[in-house]
Design a protein. Structure first.
Length: 133
């Protein structure tokens, strides 16, 4: 059951990207930023950065989440995944309001990814050592 919940968190993180992309598209019309422009109204630029940065972080988060789930534990991966999804919402809300308000969400994202990375590497090393011992 826990593995299914980890998968659900992964899907929720992907849905976040879809929503952020929708907000960028809607913002193009609202702030008169015609495609393919990548600059324009400051609010639209912040929306665009939220989406772009979230895509960048998702690419890192996905393999770390699953490697952690397999080599460390599914419950830990689930909890960290939930914090990641919340962190990206905090990041998006803060950054959309003002660039300097993105710090908390960015720090939470980095913390989750750091724990996932260290845990995944440690878990793999421990499993290798146990299998050869």
């Amino acid at each position: 059951m826990t593995l299914r919940l980890v998968a659900l968190v992964q899907v929720l993180a992907a849905i976040e990207l879809i929503v952020f992309g929708f907000l960028v598209g809607r913002g193009r019309a609202r702030y008169n930023v015609p495609a393919p422009a990548t600059s324009g109204h400051p609010t639209w630029e912040r929306l665009n950065r939220v989406h772009a940065n979230s895509v960048e972080q998702f690419v890192i988060f996905t393999p770390l989440l699953w490697t952690f789930a397999v080599h460390v534990g599914q419950r830990g991966a689930l909890m960290l995944g939930v914090v990641y999804v919340i962190a990206r919402i905090v990041y998006a809300v803060g950054y959309t309001q003002a660039a300097e308000r993105r710090t908390l969400g960015a720090a939470l994202t980095a913390a989750v990814q750091s724990v996932l990375a260290v845990g995944a590497v440690t878990g793999i090393i421990v499993q290798i050592a146990r299998s050869e011992g």
